[in-house]
Design a protein around this ligand. Structure first.
Ligand code: NAP
Length: 231
């Protein structure tokens, strides 16, 4: 059995990824911030009682890494998908940025992914696939930034990309692949109703990328359709 750990699974892409990996026969260790907002996930756990394990955790809580590590115990993790993320408050143009909103977004999108990675590295090392994927965003690409603005969210994903790159270098000796993944512009609460693609299209594309990824792809940034994105 292949084991996956996915964060932010009560809705959107995290829920879509959880459903798809369960359908593929994976055992999924799913984290979500509030069970009270996770009705669909709860229903799924009745359909897959032995294959879906849920932990309620806020990824920015001081003990989040320890809680996730205790949740996994000695289980090998073949695939880690750091999906939980936030866009922050809507006004992020020049002249609108505040310290408190920026820090909140950096905690979720940048700091938590590295701290969680540090706390689960033994589980990943025991896995047979040894893959770590971080949901980034094309708006975090410096090369692709022709629109300006969006300081808070953009910079959080740019910095996450740098974390991905360093992890890929540091974990190469452990034969762990570390990749940044853009899911497309997707119709979720974050992407909004006018986004270009459905959750199903994004998830199916991302699963294609995940299954094709080998150690030769470590340290790269991929679109959900498999095209490489410049940093
Ligand atoms: P979403 O529908 O807003 O879902 C975000 C998920 O992250 C929710 O489960 C949310 O839980 C969780 N989360 C946020 N803060 C958290 C915290 N402190 N602790 C635990 N969980 C937390 O967004 P989405 O569209 O599915 O996005 C998933 C990922 O894809 C994000 O990393 C996002 O940046 C990235 N992405 C999305 C798009 C897009 O077009 N949708 C494009 C590029 C990148 P709550 O419900 O409790 O808040």
């Amino acid at each position: 059995m292949v084991n996956a750990l996915i964060t932010g699974t009560n809705k959107g892409l995290g829920l879509g990824l959880t459903k798809s990996f369960l359908d593929k026969g994976y055992k999924v260790f799913a984290t979500c911030r509030k069970m009270a907002k996770a009705k669909e996930l709860e229903t799924l756990s009745k359909t897959f009682p032995n294959k879906l394990k849920i932990l309620e955790v806020d990824v920015v809580a001081p003990n989040a890494g320890e809680s996730i590590s205790n949740f996994l115990k000695d289980e090998p993790i073949d695939l880690f998908l750091n999906n939980a993320g936030t866009i922050g408050l809507r006004g992020q143009g020049f002249g609108q940025v505040t310290t408190s909103d920026w820090l909140e977004v950096l905690k979720v999108n940048l700091i938590a992914p590295l701290l969680i990675s540090q706390s689960i590295i033994e589980n990943i090392s025991k896995g047979s696939e040894k893959k770590m994927f971080f949901l980034s965003s094309k708006v975090g690409s410096i090369a692709d930034n022709s629109g300006g603005g969006m300081y808070v969210y953009r910079s959080s994903k740019t910095a996450l990309n740098q974390v991905v790159k360093s992890l890929s270098v540091d974990l190469l000796g452990n034969r762990i692949s570390v990749v940044a993944l853009h899911p497309g512009w997707v119709r979720t609460d974050m992407g909004g109703p006018n986004a270009l693609i459905s959750i199903e299209e994004s998830v199916s594309g991302m699963i294609g990328v995940i299954s094709r990824t080998t150690l030769t792809d470590t340290g790269k940034f991929f679109n959900y359709d498999g095209k490489e994105i410049p940093w």
